[in-house]
Write a protein that binds this ligand. Structure first.
Ligand SMILES: NC(=O)c1ccc[n+]([C@@H]2O[C@H](COP(=O)([O-])OP(=O)(O)OC[C@H]3O[C@@H](n4cnc5c(N)ncnc54)[C@H](OP(=O)(O)O)[C@@H]3O)[C@@H](O)[C@H]2O)c1
Length: 294
C-alpha cells in the first residue's frame, strides 16, 4: 500500500482506539473516529461519508465485556453490539463504489474458548462458551465484507495498558496487599502490550500479506500464577496464599459466568501468523511489559 493518509476507527474512543488514534495522528495520518457519542467524531449514520477516501477501516466497536456480571441482557448487548457494528460497516463498504481496501476487525482470544496448557495457534477452530460464540459471529460478520476487501481478524489477547483495561484492575488488589492467584492459577493469560498491539494493527493495515485470523498476543503467554507473581514483584507486595476453591467460589458468586470465563479459564495463545510475517514484538516477556507500564 502507498502511504497511509486516512483511517476510520470504529469504537475508536475506547482503550485500544485511543492509543491507535494517537499513534496515527502523530504520524500525520487523518483519523476518523466513528462513535455513538455526539462530538467525538463521525456518527454511525454518517458512516458512508466517513469511509469515503479512507485507506482502511479498523473496527473495535462493542459493549464492554469485562467488569459487569453477564446477565441475559448484558450478554445480548455484548453480542448484538458487535454483530451490528460489523454488519453496518460491511454493508457500507459494499455500497461504496471505491471502498477502502482493508478492514481490520477486532476479535479476541476468547474465540478459542478455555483450553488446557497446549499452545493455541490461528488454525484452531472456535471453542466452547459465550465468548467463543461472540467471537465466531463477530468474525463471520467481518468475513462477509465484499470480495476485494482484505479482511484481517485480529484475535486480541488481554491488552496491557496504564490507562485502562485489565491491568489497573489486576494491579489494585496487589497494591492493597490483597493479591492472589485465581483458582488453581494454571489457566493461561495471553496478553499483549498496547504499544505492540498498535504496531500490529498498523502492520495489518499496511502489509498486504495480513489476511484472515491473526493472533494479537505476545510471544510468551503465561499462567495466571506467573502473571500475578510478576505483578507482585513489580509492585513489591506479597501475595496471599488463598486456596483455589475459595477464589473459585468467590468469583463465581460475585461475577458468575463472566468471572469464570474471563478469570478462571484461559488459553495459551501464540502469535504464529504475526511472527511468520516478520512482526517483532517490543514486549515479549510479561516482566518487561509490567516494568514499562507500572
Ligand atoms: N482491551 C482488551 O483487553 C481486549 C481484549 C480482547 C478483545 N478486545 C476487544 O477489542 C475491542 C477494543 O477493545 P477496547 O479495550 O478498546 O474496548 P473499549 O475500551 O470498551 O472500547 C470499545 C468502544 O466501542 C464502542 N461501543 C461500546 N458499545 C457500543 C455499542 N453498543 N455499539 C457500537 N459501539 C459501541 C465505544 O465507543 P463509543 O462510545 O465512542 O461509541 C467504546 O469506546 C473491543 O471490541 C474488545 O472487546 C479487547
Amino acid at each position: 500500500m502507498t502511504e497511509l493518509k486516512r483511517v476510520v476507527v470504529a469504537g475508536g474512543t475506547g482503550l485500544v482506539g485511543r492509543h491507535l488514534a494517537e499513534a496515527l495522528a502523530r504520524d500525520g495520518v487523518e483519523v476518523r473516529l466513528l462513535s455513538r457519542r455526539a462530538g467525538a467524531g463521525f456518527s454511525w449514520d454518517d458512516l458512508p461519508r466517513a469511509l469515503e477516501g479512507a485507506d482502511a477501516v479498523v473496527n473495535l466497536a462493542g459493549e464492554g465485556i469485562a467488569g459487569k456480571r453477564w446477565t441475559a441482557a448484558r450478554k445480548e448487548a455484548i453480542l448484538r453490539s458487535r454483530v451490528e457494528a460489523t454488519g453496518r460497516i460491511v454493508a457500507a463498504l459494499a455500497a461504496l463504489p471505491s471502498p477502502p481496501p482493508v478492514l481490520v476487525n477486532a476479535s479476541a482470544v476468547g474465540f478459542y474458548g478455555p483450553m488446557d496448557g497446549r499452545p493455541v495457534y490461528e488454525d484452531r477452530g472456535p471453542g466452547k462458551g459465550f465468548l467463543a460464540k461472540v467471537c465466531r459471529k463477530w468474525e463471520a460478520g467481518a468475513d462477509a465484507a465484499p470480495p476485494g476487501i482484505r479482511v484481517v481478524r485480529l484475535r486480541l489477547g488481554v491488552v496491557l495498558a496504564r490507562d485502562g483495561g485489565a491491568l489497573p484492575k489486576m494491579a489494585l488488589p496487589v497494591r492493597l496487599f490483597q493479591g492472589t492467584r485465581l483458582g488453581g492459577g494454571q489457566q493461561g493469560i495471553s496478553w499483549i502490550h498496547v504499544d505492540d498491539l498498535v504496531r500490529l494493527i498498523r502492520e495489518a493495515i499496511t502489509n498486504p500479506a495480513y489476511a484472515g485470523a491473526v493472533n494479537a498476543t505476545a510471544p510468551r503467554p503465561v499462567t495466571n500464577e506467573t502473571f500475578t507473581r510478576a505483578l507482585a514483584r513489580r509492585l513489591r507486595r506479597p501475595l496471599l496464599p488463598v486456596p483455589a476453591p475459595v477464589t473459585r467460589a468467590a468469583l463465581g458468586i460475585l461475577l458468575g459466568d463472566m468471572g469464570r470465563e474471563m478469570l478462571l479459564e484461559g488459553a495459551f495463545v501464540y502469535p504464529r501468523r504475526a511472527l511468520e510475517l516478520g512482526f517483532s514484538f517490543r514486549y515479549e516477556k510479561v516482566e518487561d511489559a509490567l516494568a514499562d507500564l507500572l
